[in-house]
Design a protein around this ligand. Sequence first.
Ligand SMILES: CC(C)(COP(=O)(O)OP(=O)(O)OC[C@H]1O[C@@H](n2cnc3c(N)ncnc32)[C@H](O)[C@@H]1OP(=O)(O)O)[C@@H](O)C(=O)NCCC(=O)NCCS
Length: 330
Amino acid sequence: MPEISIRWSRAGDEPGLLRLLQDTYERWPRVDTAAAPLDHLLWKYDDIGVQTGRHTIALDGERIVGAIPLLIRTFLIDSRPLRAATASDVAVHPDYRGVNLYMDMQAVARPTFRNSLDFNFGYEAPHPAMVRGRQKMDRWHVMAHRLAVLAANTTRLPPRAAAPGVTIDVVERVDASIDAFCIEAMRPFRLVALRDHRYLNWRYADPRGGGGTMLLARCGEDVLGFAALRVSNGTAYLADLLVLPGRNDVAGALAGEALERARAAGFERARCWLPERHPFREAVAGAGLSRAKEQRGFTYEVLRAPKGSLDFIDDPEAAVHVTIADTDLI
Ligand SMILES: CC(C)(COP(=O)(O)OP(=O)(O)OC[C@H]1O[C@@H](n2cnc3c(N)ncnc32)[C@H](O)[C@@H]1OP(=O)(O)O)[C@@H](O)C(=O)NCCC(=O)NCCS
């Protein structure tokens, strides 16, 4: 095994990181986008104010042969902002696998995380090395909340429920006036990754990321709800859905509109992930999204979060808002 060095990434590492990701994954970018792969990478790990990319990389000489790319994001935990890291695109070049390089990168990165981040949070990646890694870092758990995969055949949607007085429009971008709605809509959830205009525009309005369709439900000027539709690998996803507390009728109307738009765009399959217990489940079921067999999981690890602040995470009844848009799968 050659001499490998491990360090934090710096500006200029992007082309080498891209080469590693393309040597590691069959398809990278894994989402549909017309953008050049390097532009997608720069988009994905851009500093947008609510999230920042920070990566541990392993080098053989000048060549990047391993990486744990991180997205650091603000979550609201009982309405209090805490910073969490989500690992995505974890990669070790095929020629360097099986000699503990992934674990060595973790060992270098973790002392810094412990002192600078409140918790880790991420999609439960099924790769055996990830499972083994979680076992070895024994404070890293699978969250008690399972996410149900909801599925719809858009050619057989139920009749749309009326939401009197509510209009739904497509918007190209959202401005800062949506932030007050987001705060109110996120309030019922004990755990939710921060949504605000910067994040929503980054996620759904930037073609480098694949874009999306943002739907706003309004009564007059007042925003009642937000939904986002993303298309990836031949499937339409109701990627995100947020409404003012108690307005599950608006959640149903937005889901119905999103599914109808997916059908009109030629997508027969539509999907959505929501926690098994979630206030919108009944409303989205009414719009045609019923439970598929699969479930998905998320993992977490408490780092410097204030003692007890995340205890509820092991209660499957606690209200959490996590969606597929919180992963990089779409
Ligand atoms: C996943 C990946 C990063 C692991 O990198 P790696 O450097 O080979 O992993 P390590 O050698 O540090 O192994 C960590 C642990 O997992 C185990 N492990 C690694 N690969 C394994 C495999 N394919 N099957 C079973 N166990 C495996 C190792 O034995 C080790 O456990 P141990 O310390 O008890 O011996 C690498 O295989 C990869 O890039 N895969 C393709 C991309 C991918 O799927 N990434 C994960 C999704 S985000």
